[in-house]
Design a binder for this molecule. Structure first.
Ligand code: NDP
Length: 403
């Protein structure tokens, strides 16, 4: 029976709060705060209608550490779940330290002026959380999040070592728009336009954005083109799987998406440095976000499935030589919308956020300091994930990926 404060009322926050309300034995008292309080209230109404649970709502600018600390003191939660944007991570961690409360998020800190997704800013909080006897759990979404737990599950139950690891993220959903992003457009476009980086023989190797394209036939979705790109879990996986020779991350994009993105990049609309427009400083990418559809508005029209998983090759635990396993979840956009009013990209992030919070509140995962998902027992997390709407399967493949 625990009190939790969620910060951020976007698609991910909405799913997480709905799923918390569906688990009242763990989340007995739910508080939701965000920049725009009307979004919290709309989520609160939906939660009440779907589950009968009443949540409390607040307006907060989470960049303001003093205001966030005051709100945390007023509410007195056991855990703050940060589902705002990566820019707020450090400010919310500071507020948690100031008030003596545990912390969790789904994306690593990024400064606004450079698209650099790296853990070092948050890992630098290790001693402070440890000394305070508090837990900070980083990256409890799907990717990062479940993808790391999948790798650790394979390492616990199937493979003694993981030599090759590929994370494959396919969104086979169609929202009927010429161009839209499935989560926050600013964060999404910063991620896909950044140079690709993969782990190979002890270091990151950088290649131009979207320059490595491969075709892959995804179960229940069909053949898709996927592109190698950098994703933040590669950094924590390289740290916690020191034996890994090669780690790569792939994401599917349709030709229409690539065409629009190429034009937007070529004309400068994805820039994150300020430009003067009519005497006012604007950031082109932030302006672009303002004219693109809100990801949360895509739920009602999105059809199709997501298919996200890990393919890992390494020495089998049972001594039978080198083996390859594929562990994944397939999720249906329309089913997610029916259950929570949000599409599958928000759902596949919000459910693991709720499960990560449940692991901390039930003390199945505990410790003082800053933790990545790889550092805890994968079994209770994946058991609950399956029960809570994201079932997963594991199969042995005849051979490693051919590319
Ligand atoms: P949205 O943009 O839909 O929602 C973000 C919410 O945070 C909005 O309600 C926004 O408020 C609020 N917010 C922004 N700035 C502040 C602030 N300073 N103070 C308080 N609230 C603020 O994003 P998503 O829901 O799609 O994503 C949420 C998080 O999840 C992001 O960090 C994203 O990177 C991460 N994510 C992780 C994934 C994973 O698999 N690990 C996958 C997808 C997303 P307002 O409404 O006023 O703008």
């Amino acid at each position: 029976m625990s009190k939790v404060l969620v910060i951020g009322a976007g698609g991910v926050g909405s799913v997480a709060v709905h799923k918390m309300a569906m688990n009242p034995d763990i989340f007995s008292d739910i508080h939701l705060a965000s920049r725009t309080v009307s979004k919290c209230e709309a989520i609160g109404e939906s939660v009440k209608q779907r589950t009968g649970v009443t949540i409390s709502t607040y307006a907060i600018d989470a960049d303001d550490v003093a205001a966030t600390s005051a709100l945390i003191r007023e509410i007195g939660p056991e855990l703050v779940v940060n589902l705002a944007l990566p820019y707020q991570d450090l400010a919310i961690m500071d507020a948690c330290l100031a008030t003596g409360v545990n912390y969790m998020d789904t994306a690593n800190y990024e400064p606004k002026d450079v698209a650099k997704f790296e853990y070092h800013w948050q890992w630098a909080y290790q001693e402070r959380f440890k000394e305070a006897g508090l837990t900070a759990l980083l990256g409890s979404g799907f990717d990062p999040g479940v993808t790391s737990v999948f790798a650790m599950w394979l390492k616990k139950h199937k493979l003694k070592t993981i030599r090759l690891l590929d994370i494959l993220d396919c969104n086979g959903g169609d929202h009927g728009q010429a161009f839209a992003t499935n989560f926050n457009p600013e964060i999404n476009i910063r991620e896909v336009t950044a140079p690709a980086r993969h782990w190979e023989n002890g270091q990151f190797v950088e290649t131009p954005a979207m320059s490595n394209k491969q075709a892959f036939d995804f179960e229940q979705v069909g053949p898709k083109n996927m592109y190698m790109m950098y994703h933040e879990e590669l950094e924590s996986l390289a740290k916690f799987l020191p034996e890994m020779e090669r780690g790569r991350f792939w994401m599917t994009f349709g030709d229409e998406y690539i065409k629009h993105l190429t034009v937007l990049q070529n004309v400068g609309m994805t820039r994150i440095d300020p430009v003067i427009y009519n005497g006012v400083e604007i950031i082109p990418l932030q302006f672009l976000k303002a004219v693109l559809p809100e990801p949360s508005s895509l739920g009602a029209t999105t059809k199709g499935k997501t298919n996200i998983g890990d393919i890992a090759t390494g020495e089998a635990l049972d001594g039978s030589g080198e083996k390859t396993f594929y562990i994944k979840n397939i999720c249906d956009h329309e089913e997610c919308y029916e259950e929570t009013g949000n599409q599958a990209v928000s759902y596949t992030t919000g459910v693991p956020a709720m499960v990560g919070a449940a692991m901390l509140l039930t003390k199945k995962w505990e410790g003082a300091g800053v933790f990545n998902m790889e550092q805890f027992d994968p079994d209770p997390f994946l058991a609950m994930l399956g029960d809570q709407g994201l079932p997963w399967t594991v199969e042995e493949l005849a051979e490693p990926l051919a590319f």
